[in-house]
Design a protein around this ligand. Structure first.
Ligand code: BDP
Length: 326
């Protein structure tokens, strides 16, 4: 983390805005991700960068900083808003508090499966969410899959909400997740995803909730052996661009970038399906004890959490539309 801050400070001190200025920097757009190289979100942005470079005859390229090199997602969102970096790929959960429309794709048990999520993201609802980032200095370029999030812990199999009682479960910095995990019976503990491995190891937390790929690639699989198939949220990933950096591009380059970002969604989906299955198989082979749960009781426990969000008229309107697409 200290290194990340040093890096950012160096950018800030060393003419960081020049670093974002395509003309001064050979058109290098900086992007970041908390995941490592090879993870489907990182690969999708790499694919996007290669096509962008081809289509602009090398004028524009993307330099990606994976593995959380630029800090936790909350920090990278702020860096993109201020134009210190050009792009960030973050999960919708990190956006829930500042961008309420993102809540409609995170609210517990709101999305049923990948196909339902695709229908929502590919249509008017997805577009409205992407457009909403412009309210606070960001351009929504793409929304990527993240699969179903499930609980995993170091103590015991969780099959019903009462099994979560007394467990400290790490959650992203999102009121939706904090409230949902509390409603399901656990003690929610917000932390950056990069801190989860050591927090599990040191018993600061008892578990977390995430998808198979994060469980496997962030090595949580080594310390938490009980996995419960709750699939309580399909919270997707977003690729966002700094509105300041976007405004510096010509309208033709803006259109090219938007089009390629859209195309990268399909590339990512194909990679994702394979990567998710491989991650799950690897985790099961490594000894993870997977249990199916009574999803109806978890869903019921979360109803007040979702009801409380419906006081926001746009969230209420979009959430009703999401449910109508089941
Ligand atoms: C993963 C997302 C990542 C989030 C992480 C989290 O891919 O962007 O940072 O969850 O829970 O699934 O914080």
């Amino acid at each position: 983390m200290r290194l990340n801050r040093r890096f950012v400070m160096a950018l800030a001190g060393g003419g960081l805005l020049a670093a974002c200025e395509p003309a001064d920097h050979g058109g290098v757009l900086t992007a970041c991700d908390v995941h490592r190289d090879g993870y489907p979100t990182v690969e999708a942005v790499k694919w996007l960068g290669q096509r962008l470079s081809e289509q602009t005859q090398g004028r524009l390229t993307i330099r990606n900083y994976p593995s959380g090199q630029l800090g936790v997602e909350d920090d990278t969102i702020a860096l993109a808003q201020s134009g210190v970096i050009d792009m960030c790929r973050v999960n919708a959960a990190s956006l829930n508090n500042a961008f309420p429309l993102t809540q409609v794709v995170c609210m517990p048990f709101g999305i049923e499966d990948d196909a339902h999520l695709h229908r929502v993201l590919d249509g008017a609802i997805g577009q409205e969410i992407l457009n909403s980032f412009a309210n606070r200095g960001l351009i929504g370029l793409a929304a990527y899959d993240a699969g179903g999030r499930c609980f995993y812990n170091t103590h015991r199999p969780i099959v019903q909400p009462s099994d979560l009682k007394g467990l400290k479960i790490r959650v992203p910095q999102s009121d939706v997740f904090i409230d949902a995990v509390a409603a399901m019976g656990a003690n929610p503990t917000p932390l950056g995803v990069g801190a989860v491995y050591s927090a599990l190891q040191s018993r600061l937390i008892d578990g977390a909730e995430n998808n198979w790929p994060t469980f496997d690639s962030s090595r949580h699989v080594e310390v938490a052996h009980y996995w419960s198939n709750t699939r309580h949220s399909y919270s997707p990933e977003f690729l966002l661009m700094s509105a300041k950096s976007f405004a510096r591009l010509s309208t033709t380059d803006q259109a090219t970038l938007r089009e390629l970002a859209k195309a990268s969604v399909q590339v990512m989906r194909q990679n994702w399906a394979r990567f998710e299955a491989e991650s799950r198989d690897r985790a099961l082979k490594a000894g993870t004890k997977m249990v199916d749960v009574d999803r109806a009781t978890f869903k019921q426990a979360c109803e007040p959490v979702n009801r409380a969000r419906l006081t926001h008229p746009d969230v209420a309107r979009l959430f009703a539309a999401v449910r109508a697409m089941v």
